[in-house]
Design a protein around this ligand. Sequence first.
Ligand code: CTP
Length: 419
Amino acid sequence: MAETITILENKRILLGVTGSIAVYKAADLASKLTQAGAQVDVIMTEAAQRFVTPLTFQSVTGRPVYTSLWDAGGEGLPTHIAHVGLGEGADLLVIAPCTANTLARLAHGHADDLLSVTALAARCPLVIAPAMDGGMYSQEVVQFNLRILQGRGALLIEPEEGRFASGLVGKGRLPETLTLIGHIRRALGRDGALKGRKVVVTAGGTREPIDPVRFISNRSSGKQGYALAQAALDAGAQTVTLISAARGLPTPVGADLIPVGSAAEMLYAVLTFAASADLLLMAAAVADFMLPDVSTHKIKKREDGDEGLTLTLARTPDILTVVKNRRAETGMPRVVVGFAAESHNLLANAQAKLIRKGLDLLVANDITAPDAGFEVDTNRIIILDADGGQEALDLTTKTRAAERIIARAAALLSDQSGS
Ligand code: CTP
């Protein structure tokens, strides 16, 4: 079974499905939300049922599917309260795909089917994911209706550009499930512990160039940093800037990705964004050594000999030390979290690093354990704080470790605000 997603666990999500060819993607969305731990109640319009039967949604959610204002009693709710009962206690109403027709009817307060009545009665936030063929999405009237709904607080998941079922090309495609879930997470997390906070996360191993084709790097995958960015988004952070030297990982929905290569580039990006940040999480494995003089040409081996190559390396800038010095002047970032990958004397080395680098929290892990540290999805960490406290987390996923680190950092920020 897939791992549950903390922010979705036990959330009541109403999924409104309308008549678009993209309905098949809604079935995948309903399935993934359910697997992630949410309770998903699907409401289908008449037109949606022309594309897919309710049985599809019932099968993936394990719950009754609601299709009619008039016979919802047969689906588990007394008929006279079905229209208000569904919305009651829901955490979120998501309409995906949302046709131009449903958009117009919601914008103008129509209440002539179960979905429109539920949307009127529900007090939870509304998320709409429009999907429409041809040039419909860019039509003025569609945009007008959208603005009306946004003006009332509805959250929009922008459709994507691409090829439609009709063969036309344009903007109007329903995004993939992972993107939809990313937006749903943002909507659910909006009042979380990092609400209104600006967060900067670094991730991945930097690459120090040798010549145009070679570089020195390390085994960091960036997974822990990306998990931290996602956890900060789930906790409602206003902005999450992900300064990343990692490759091939999907950017969490809502994060601003700043791709970097070397330690020097990462330093520049960190100084730029951390100057106004509340929280900096320095999860990147910054290379300690670089070539002071990078060859502009590919270094060639000599054809007439077998001598090797000697490279003279210099120290890279220590980013956290530079941040510490800036912070002494400006007070920003308010909270700084460092990471220590150690292979021996874990606690003694980590404690010394916390003090040397002026950190509020230091997350230490023993990289010699096969199930922790680089490349794998799990981690064993100890969180040290500036007061000498230690919190050990047993073997856990990088996702769960990230959630705990974010909770600790958020608590420090709120202590500061309170004092
Ligand atoms: N770090 C940094 N700049 C560097 C090297 C590391 O900001 N040039 C940060 C890392 O992102 C991490 C913390 O410092 O948050 C500790 O990194 P680590 O590699 O464990 O420590 P080093 O300072 O490099 O010390 P050593 O390699 O000697 O253990």
